[in-house]
Design a protein around this ligand. Structure first.
Ligand SMILES: Nc1ncnc2c1ncn2[C@@H]1O[C@H](COP(=O)(O)OP(=O)(O)OP(=O)(O)O)[C@@H](O)[C@H]1O
Ligand SMILES: [Mg+2]
Length: 327
């Protein structure tokens, strides 16, 4: 078996305890990332993208827990590590740019100190001179003028702040970086620059990457592969070309058709009728069946298994079926 996976997520379930019961935010999630590969996770709001990322970072909120599954990083199961062991991975090996994080920079602290503190936290013996050199190096890496290291956050534009967040995520040379909506809230020109930067860094540093977004066009520029999530499940996974041009799952089809720029022709984007299910009581069977234009009887009761459409392209649908898998 080829096992050059930097990350392998296996049968992951992540639930949240709430007053009304249990939120089944992520269920039966499986995917793998090879060394230097980048994968996009796409899906509607609330489908479990951030929760999947937080589980990989070992940073679930207090009411969240891994109900089932394993997460392997470079072959080692990290799910049952204690907090002290997690700290060996988090930021050092796996790092994350959080959703909306650029607004969480401390307004009264110079950027050099904020990045410096992140570096020191993970390298307690590092000297002040070494920290300064590393901050300058990181500034250059993310395309910021090193003269600005002593500026305050308000002296940076939105795009620059996002570059600072990327610099912080890179501070300890991680092997895997997770970007949760890394370009949302930026205007289109700046989005394009940040996408170029991410692509450039990925090539230069040969990192694994997970990019979370609503926006398929961003994924198509940054990622090798795409996982399409719906209501806590990955319904389809494959290469960019497979997902955009050769999609199989009816939900992926709807999602692609909702992005006319990707679909290519000039007709109106289609909307997907209905709304995602309540995660406290998701429907039996395929979670997409109440909104699916192809659904048949079995979809209402039986959760579909993945079938293969070749070359690491899988979809879980009773109607559109590839080759059966043994497992
Ligand atoms: N701490 C929490 N307690 C209870 N439910 C939660 C908690 N965090 C997330 N959820 C629920 O888990 C589900 C998945 O949320 P998640 O934040 O992972 O979605 P997402 O795909 O990242 O959405 P978005 O695109 O809006 O960021 C949602 O139904 C959400 O309401
Ligand atoms: Mg999110």
């Amino acid at each position: 078996m080829e096992d050059r996976n930097i990350l392998k997520v296996e049968d992951l379930n992540v639930f949240f305890k709430v007053n009304g019961g249990i939120v089944r935010a992520v269920e039966n999630v499986n995917f793998q990332l090879k060394d230097g590969e980048s994968i996009g996770i796409v899906g509607e709001s609330g489908c479990g993208k951030t929760t999947t990322a937080l589980a990989i970072m070992g940073m679930l909120p207090g009411n969240g827990y891994v109900d089932n599954g394993r997460i392997f990083f470079e072959g080692e199961d990290i799910i049952n590590k204690d907090e002290k062991q997690w700290q060996r991975y988090r930021w050092n090996k796996i790092s994350m740019i959080f959703q909306g994080a650029m607004n969480s920079l401390n307004p009264v602290m110079k950027i050099r100190r904020q990045i410096g503190e992140a570096i020191r936290l993970h390298n307690p013996t590092i000297t002040k001179g070494e920290i300064n050199a590393r901050v300058v190096e990181l500034f250059k890496l993310v395309g910021l003028d090193e003269k600005r290291i002593n500026y305050y956050p308000h002296e940076f534009s939105g795009g620059m702040k996002q570059r600072v967040m990327i610099a912080m995520a890179l501070a300890c040379n991680p092997k895997l970086i997770i970007g949760d909506e890394p370009t949302t809230a930026l205007d289109l020109m700046i989005q394009a620059q940040i996408i170029d930067l991410i692509n450039d860094l990925r090539r230069k540093l040969n990192m694994g990457m997970i990019i979370i977004t609503h926006d398929l066009s961003i994924i198509s520029e940054i990622c090798d592969r795409v996982a399409v999530m719906y209501a806590g499940n990955i319904v389809e996974i494959g290469s960019i070309e497979d997902i955009i041009e050769n999609y199989k799952h009816p939900y992926t089809e709807k999602l692609i058709k909702a992005f006319p720029s990707i679909y290519g022709d000039k007709r109106m984007a289609e909307s997907i009728p209905g709304a995602p299910p309540n995660p406290l009581s998701p429907p039996k069977g395929c979670r997409f069946h109440p909104r699916c234009h192809k659904s048949i009887d079995i979809c209402k009761n039986v959760l579909p298994k993945y079938t293969s459409f070749g070359n690491r392209h899988f979809a879980a649908c009773h109607v559109v079926k590839g080759d059966s898998l043994n497992e």
